[in-house]
Design a protein around this ligand. Structure first.
Ligand SMILES: [Ca+2]
Ligand SMILES: [Ca+2]
Length: 183
């Protein structure tokens, strides 16, 4: 009778410990798989592309007439990472934006190029992330990625699988503690 009593917490302890270790291992593996983050974007207007202008008046304010491109990373969550505007600069020679913090590739819905205006900025081109350069509406986008475990861990906690694993880990740890005190 007493043997059966003490065996019960030990079984719970053993199963819970295994669940906890498996959850941790799954977290590490999934984080490693999602660890590729976008770190820089380069946009170039192709040869025949007619770039937007702020005005078409001859002679006056020619510099200001040049486009004010800004780049936005649209996230699957609906959020946006704005990479800032480059006022009065043509993209004919290419423009580069660097992300201060890499964004996990899996979190990115699209990358959007806009021409900034005081009232409403116009979308100029929009592409999905690709390892190869991609072209849309006369603009070529090329992407630089970096591997970072931090990116993977952040991405992990945003996935339903990640949250389920964290839940399992939490329950397992509680059971380990409960069974440890029960003995
Ligand atoms: Ca301008
Ligand atoms: Ca503008």
């Amino acid at each position: 009778m007493s043997a059966a009593k003490s065996a019960w917490p030990r079984t719970v302890w053993s199963i819970s410990t295994r669940v906890a270790l498996a959850s941790l291992a799954a977290c590490v593996v999934l984080a490693a798989l999602n660890s590729v983050g976008l770190s820089a974007v380069r946009v170039m207007a192709l040869e025949d592309t007619v770039e937007p202008k702020d005005h078409n008046l001859p002679l006056v304010k020619q510099k200001e007439a040049l486009p004010d491109y800004e780049l936005i990373v649209v996230l699957r969550s609906g959020g946006q990472v704005k990479l800032g505007a480059k006022p009065d600069t043509s993209a004919a020679d290419g423009l580069a934006w660097t992300l201060t913090e890499p964004v996990a590739i899996g979190d990115i819905a699209s990358i959007r190029l806009e021409e900034q205006d005081t009232l409403v900025s116009d979308a100029v081109a929009e592409v999905q992330f690709s390892t190869e350069p991609v072209t849309d509406k006369g603009y070529e986008f090329s992407f630089t990625t970096t591997r970072s475990f931090g990116v993977g861990v952040q991405a992990f906690f945003r996935t339903p699988v990640g949250l389920a694993i964290v839940g399992a880990l939490f329950v397992a740890i509680v059971l380990v503690l409960v069974s440890a005190f029960a003995t």
